[in-house]
Every structure is written in C-alpha cells, then in structure tokens.
Design a protein around this ligand. Structure first.
Ligand code: C2O
Ligand code: CU
Length: 646
C-alpha cells in the first residue's frame, strides 16, 4: 500500500482528546518542521533579549516572553501535537511577523524614543522573521488537514525532517551569531559602580599652566578633491600641519560641518585622558553643527598626527587626518630643511599619495644642506595590514626617530626599505649630495595593497614619491629587493627608564582571527585573547606600575598595535632581546607570526584604547582598553549613543 492510499481509518476524525494526543501519521514530518522553525525563531529571540533589556525594559520582556513561549510551543508540538496547538502556532507566527513589519515601517505605540518610531531592519530580525514566515503556512496545512493514523517508520520521518533541520540549524546559527556580534545598544568600557569612589575621565584634563597658548581651529567639512567628495579638516587632505613648540599649550577648536558626528584623537601624543578624542570612552562624538575644544600641553618633541576617532575606519579613510609636529624649545630643528610627508591613499583609494599628491612632489634643498623628512603612515592597508616601505635613494640617511622618539646614535644606512605600519612615524635625516637630487620612494611591503594594484606595475620603480633638491635623479634599483630596516639592531645601547629588570604585571595579547559575524556578514572576526571588541577584557593597571605586554601574532597578517596615552619600550622580538638603541613607540608593527615583548610605565591615568591600527582589523574586533583602577567613564559606545570609536 503506497503512502498516499487513503484508508477509512485515516479519514476518521479522532473522537477523543486521548486519540488526538496520540496523533501519528505522515504529517509528523510537517509537525517536526514547524517545531524546528519555531525553535529557531525562539533561539534568535532569546539571543537578542539581553540587548533589548539594555535598550528598553518592555522590549526585553517582550523578547524574553516571545522566546520562552516559542520554546514551549515547539516542545508541546513534538510531545503532544494537537489541532488547537497548530492554531496557536499560526496565530503566534502571524502575530510576530505582523508586529515585526509594523515596527520596521510605521513603528509601534511604545518605545525608548517615544511612540511610532520605526526601527531599521537588521540581518538578525530578517532571519528570524523568515523562519516564522515558513512556519506559518505549515501551521495552516496542519490545522486544515485531518489527522492520519498511519504509522511511518521513524527512520523515514527522520530522513524527511533532515533538510528542514539543517536549514533551520544553519539559519539559527547565523541569526544568533550576528545577534551576538551586533554593535551593542550600549557598552560602557569602565562603568561607575554605585557606592564606590571613582574618578571620571571627564575630570582628567590638563592642569592650568604658564605655557604659551597656541590656538588652532580645525573645521571638519566636505570638499571636492580629485573628483571625489572627501571629508577634510579645513578643506584639505591631509588637514593642516599643526607645528608647535615643546611646552606649548595647544588649544584646538573642532568645528563640525560634516553630516556626521566626529572627534579628534592626537595619535602618539601623551595627553590627559579627557583630551584623547575617543568617541564613547573619553567624550561623546561631536554632532553636526557643534564644536568642541581640546586643550593639552605638548610635553614631548617629535612627529605625531591627528585623526578622527569616531567611525574611524570610514572617517580616516575619507580624509580626516593631519600632521602634528612638536619642535624642540630651543628654537629650531637642527636641520635646514624640515619636511613632513604624510603618506596616505589617493582620493579614489587606488594608490599611495604623499601630502595629497599621487605623482612626484618637489621639496627645495641646496647641496650640503641637512634634511629631515618626517614620514607619517596614514595609509589604510588592505586586510593583510601590510606596512608601507619608504626608501631614500641618492644619499645615506639616518633613522633618527621612530614614532617621534629619538634613537641613540643612529648610523647612516641605505638604501633600505623602512617598514612603517599604519599609524607609525619615522624621521630620517640626510645631507644633500653636492650634485643631484634625493628621492623618497614609497612602496608597500607586502606588495598586496589590494586597492592599489594599478599603482604597483612591476616595471615602475617609483610608487609614491618625493624629489628633494634639483639635478639628476639618483639611479633606481629594484625596490622590492632592498634589505629591510631592522629596529632590533640599530644604533647604540643607552640607559632606559623601562628595562627588563622589573615588571609589576605581565599580560599576553594573543592576536588571532576566526570566521564569525560582523554587521550581518560572515567575516574574519579579529580577536585579542580569543575575544573581540567591545568584549575583550580590559587590562587593569595602577599608577606607577610597569606593565609588560607579550604580544603573539597567530595570524599571517600585520598588526600595528597602538596604545593611547603611553609610550612603550620595545624589549624583544621572538624572544631575543633587542640590541642597539632603545626603541620607544606608541604603535608597534607585529608582523605575521611574530612575538614582541614591550613594556610601559603606567603614568597617565585614564581609560586608554589599545588596538590594531589596521582600521579594518580594529572594526572587526581587534581592540581593547587599558583601564586605570578607580577611573570610570560616563560615556558609552553603541547604537544608543551613536559613539563608534572604531
Ligand atoms: Cu591613531 Cu586609536 O588611533
Ligand atoms: Cu591588525
């Protein structure tokens, strides 16, 4: 007898409730499918419940009730299927779908921001609604069909249910995964605890002092550059170079004429925490039309830069960055020519530009003159995070400073490629030859600047370039064959305040990546110690401690790891102590599978970001904070505040 043969018993309507509860038949497959779909939707509802509790208590309760109710429904469907239950299931699915449609179009009569505020559609809620949309017609069929009492072998039932099971399992995995990795509604990196004494980051401002005040205004505004709409400071990319003298009190007014909120971070500068410019940690992002004043004393000389630290991946990529140079107080930089070269992406993202120019830029210098080039890498690399590799041709040169901090007795070298991770700086000094020009060429170390392929044709020796002085150009070598500058063996040893002799605490930072969810897509989620931001547990320090970081890169990518507000001493690469000059950095380039040891003195209280400066990696999770015990922040990141520091 085939499956479809109808027997008189099959047509009989079960007479008693007992019969109905012992319901068996071919439709069991349908019952299981409906139960699985309901269970999947329930799990997704429960996955988003915590974030809805944070957002708005009634929402949290609703999602908890919906999830719990659907789980109960799924269980009863399996153990005691009955027609009434199918009608309940149908009503629940249709009700939830209708409510979802309403909330995404005209809104619902209650909400954290008032009534009738439509919400944006997300990947997670789409998946959940899809599961309910498939379940609804199944419930219709089940409630209309007469129960069949024909027995079907369990194996066949299992086989027939398997495709639904797999589909629901996959969708639920993706749905709950994206729910867990969605930007949180509200996340506070260092919340105040009721009843405990604490200091807010807002009070960590620069103390009054006698330093001469230097005032600047940086207006964040759109401008058309190279046929593209760029986001600029004062209409240019890079923004204006701010040049100050050590000891100056710098007062910068940020005026926001952009259509989005923004901030300014002073990369590498040891500022008081309240002036650090990190949206959601040290301030709220400055809304369009508003202004904000940053004030701090330039304590250390050197080459620094500034950039937005709100939605950084997008805003820095669009042009919101510039150089900040702190000259020594004795009047002048020793070199006759002191030129800053900001290395960044061309407006269309297709290649490397120097100070806004993708071709050759000319810098005036006379034979015999000393020249200092301050190189700043503001170029957002592709996923591999590869550094730029500038090379000076035509003169032997010294690398006199890294990240603005002088090296001890730097010997002349060249030509060598100088790996510069995003965010890093290097000062190189040379003497102009008696005849001919010097050339700075910029290539990418990995040669895999994905967006820049057309910028690196194999036959072209020069990538982004500066020509310093006049006369014939120096001979070109094959740039990709040149040796690499090695900061672990350069210059002479010198005393260092932070040495290997004593650490108050050691923290491993294991950098890794794993397929996961980001903004509703499957991406390589970047992790520190197996967690991704904002859920990487912070490092908690106390003032005066010497903190040792043991950084292990398990990936095949480069990670220039940047610590705000502090300078670290480089101790060792792959377990070997560095030789030569002490090296002080705020951003350390951690190459594929490398292990670096660094240490820093905790001498600047606050809540400080520690993140990969490959902004894609940071936005995919490679970011955390160093928190001083007892310091809290009133600011939060997430969709409620709109503060997105990455
Ligand atoms: Cu240059 Cu946290 O950044
Ligand atoms: Cu990285």
């Amino acid at each position: 007898m085939s499956e479809n043969t109808i027997t008189p018993e099959m047509l009989a309507v079960p007479a008693s409730p007992l019969r109905e509860r012992t319901y068996v038949g071919p439709s069991r497959v349908l019952v299981y499918a409906a139960a699985l779909l309901t269970l999947g939707a329930a799990l997704i509802h429960l996955a988003v419940t915590p974030q809805h509790f944070e957002e708005y208590l009634p929402y949290g309760l609703f999602f908890l009730a919906a999830g719990a109710g659907q789980i109960a429904l799924a269980v009863v469907l399996v153990v005691a299927p009955a027609r009434k239950l199918f009608i309940v299931g149908l009503a629940a699915s249709v009700g939830l779908i209708a409510l979802w449609a309403l909330s995404r179009t005209v809104g619902v009569p209650i909400g954290p921001d008032g009534a009738w505020q439509p919400e944006t559609m997300g990947f997670t809620d789409l998946i959940c609604t899809f599961l309910e949309l498939v379940a609804a017609p199944l419930f219709v069929i089940l409630s209309l069909r007469r129960p069949r009492l024909r027995h079907r072998r369990p194996v066949r039932v299992a086989l027939a249910t398997a495709p639904t099971f797999l589909l629901v399992a996959l969708l639920t995995f993706v749905g709950t995964g994206t729910a867990r990795n969605d930007m949180p509604v509200a996340f506070n990196a260092a919340p105040a605890i009721a009843g405990q004494h604490s200091t807010s980051v807002t009070s960590l401002t620069e103390a009054p002092g006698p330093g001469p005040v230097k005032e600047f205004t940086l207006t964040a505004e759109e401008a058309r550059i190279g046929g593209q709409v760029a986001w600029t400071y004062n209409g240019t990319v890079p923004g204006p170079e701010l040049r100050v003298t050590q000891g100056d009190r710098i007062k910068v007014t940020l005026v926001n004429h952009l259509p989005a909120a923004t901030t300014i971070h002073w990369h590498g500068v040891v500022v008081p925490n309240a002036e650090d410019g990190v949206a959601g940690i040290t301030q709220d992002a400055v809304p369009p039309g508003d202004r904000y004043i940053y004030e701090f004393v330039a304590k250390d000389t050197g080459t620094y830069w500034y950039h937005s630290h709100q939605d950084t991946t997008a805003q820095l990529g669009r042009g919101l960055f510039g150089a900040l140079i702190v000259e020594p107080p004795t009047g002048n930089v020793a070199e006759a020519v002191d030129y800053t070269a900001v290395l960044h992406a061309t407006p269309d993202g297709s290649g490397i530009a120097v100070n806004g120019t993708a071709g050759d830029l000319h810098v005036a210098a006379r034979p015999g003159e000393r020249v200092r080039l301050r190189l700043i890498n503001a170029f957002p690399p592709s996923m591999d995070g590869g550094p730029l590799a500038p090379v000076v041709f035509g003169a032997a040169y010294q690398v006199v400073a890294l990240d603005g901090h002088d090296l001890s007795q730097p010997p002349p070298i060249g030509p060598e490629r100088l790996p510069l991770g995003m965010g890093q700086r290097a000062d190189v000094v040379f003497t102009m030859p008696q005849s001919g020009a010097v050339r700075l060429a910029v290539s990418a170390l990995s040669g895999q600047v994905s967006s820049g392929q057309k910028f690196f044709p194999a036959e072209a020796p020069w990538h982004g370039s500066l020509i310093i002085g006049d006369g014939p150009l120096p001979a070109a070598g094959n740039i990709d064959q040149l040796p690499l500058f090695d900061l672990t063996h350069y210059g002479s040893a010198a005393a260092d305040p932070v040495s290997t002799s004593h650490f108050d605490a050691t923290y491993p930072l294991v950098l890794d990546e794993t397929p996961g969810f980001h903004d509703g897509r499957i991406e390589l989620v970047h992790t520190i110690n197996r967690q991704s931001s904002p859920y990487v547990p912070p490092i908690t320090v106390r003032q005066g401690q010497v903190i040792h970081l043991h950084i292990v890169n398990l990936t095949g990518e480069y990670h220039p790891m940047h610590l705000h507000g502090h300078i670290f001493t480089v101790l060792a690469l792959n377990g070997k102590a560095i030789q030569g000059s002490p090296v002080h950095l705020d951003t350390i380039l951690v190459g594929p599978h490398e292990i670096w040891d660094v240490a820093f003195l905790a001498n600047n209280p606050g809540i400080w970001m520690l993140h990969c400066h490959v902004l894609l990696h940071a936005s995919f999770g490679m970011s955390m904070t160093v928190n001083y015990a007892g310091i809290t922040t009133p600011f939060e990141m997430g969709s409620r505040s709109g503060n997105v520091p990455e």
